[in-house]
Design a protein around this ligand. Structure first.
Ligand code: AMP
Length: 282
């Protein structure tokens, strides 16, 4: 059963009498199979799942795509219903509020996570992670989830949320879910629809390059060739960055790392395609 809630007061009263454990999936909507994989994992683990759809203005910069970000609530609800139908007897509560419901006037609290936010997306999108941490913290306050599910697609965001939960001792477990890709390798993203057919083709460079770097790290057992390949790729100015980092800290110093993450952003026009792959060091 799927229930749609638009008002925070309704969400609070839906949740208030309950002490039972619930799963939570926060999204900005325009759902695809990546989002649905999070929902279905939550449905496997909980009888009640909260699912938020909110295009959070605080995480967009002044020249970013907040106004044109795709808002497709009806279609999203149909996808959620279809998933719900596979899980008889489970409850899905969709919270899709207006901005004023999430940030009532006078609600000025901001959550800023240090450390892992400074580099990469944090450097290129000032204020982005404060916007993300603030909304996720607010949603956690309202939903009080037992477990919250995030995609590893936004790997740095996943680390930021984990850091926030640790720093503030929030009573929620964070699960990172694998990236869902098209058969071509392109990671699913709501922003892929901004791409022309030609750009979609050009965008394959991103996952293909990450894959090559990961394979080189695996087979060569050191980073020299992987770093050389990365430096060669970076001659194409469409890369915002392409980095091999420690998977836990995002540090550039990987000498003691057990797991690495290879992160890249490849830009086509104004669309920034974001992807990453993890590799265990042999
Ligand atoms: P968004 O609506 O883009 O804010 O994404 C909501 C959640 O879905 C985030 O935790 C994302 O990391 C996750 N997500 C987005 N795309 C994918 C994907 N291709 N595979 C897995 N998770 C994803």
């Amino acid at each position: 059963m799927v229930t749609l809630i638009r008002k925070t007061a309704e969400l609070v009263s839906a949740r208030a009498p309950e002490t039972s454990p619930v799963g939570f999936v926060p999204t900005m909507g325009n759902l695809h199979a990546g989002h649905i994989s999070l929902l279905e994992r939550a449905l496997r683990e909980f009888d009640t799942v909260y699912f938020s759809i909110f295009v959070n203005p605080k995480q967009f910069g002044p020249n970013e795509d907040f106004t044109r970000y795709p808002r497709t609530l009806e279609n999203d609800l149909a996808l959620i219903e279809a998933s719900g139908a596979k899980f008889q007897g489970k409850r899905i509560i969709v919270y899709s509020p207006e901005s004023s419901e999430v940030y009532p006037e006078g609600q000025g609290q901001t959550v800023e996570v240090l450390g892992v936010t400074t580099d990469l997306e944090g450097a290129l999108r000032p204020g982005h992670f404060a916007g993300v941490a603030t909304v996720v913290h607010r949603l956690f306050e309202l939903v009080r989830p037992t477990v919250a599910y995030f995609g590893l697609k936004d790997y740095q965001q996943y680390l930021v949320i984990r850091q926030m939960v640790a720093d503030l001792c929030l009573p929620v477990k964070i699960i990172g879910m694998p990236i869902v890709r098209e058969p071509s390798g392109l990671a699913l993203s709501s922003r892929n629809q901004y791409l022309s057919a030609e750009e979609r083709q050009q965008g394959l460079v991103l996952s293909q390059t990450l894959r090559k770097i990961v394979d080189l790290i695996r087979t060569k057992r050191d980073l020299r060739e992987a770093k050389a390949l990365s430096a060669e790729a970076l001659r194409d100015p469409r890369w915002n960055y392409l980095e091999i980092r420690d998977a836990e800290t995002l540090s550039t110093d990987t000498r003691r790392s057990k797991n690495l993450t290879v992160l890249g952003v490849f830009q086509l026009g104004t669309t920034r395609l974001l992807d990453n792959m993890q590799v265990e060091l042999p």
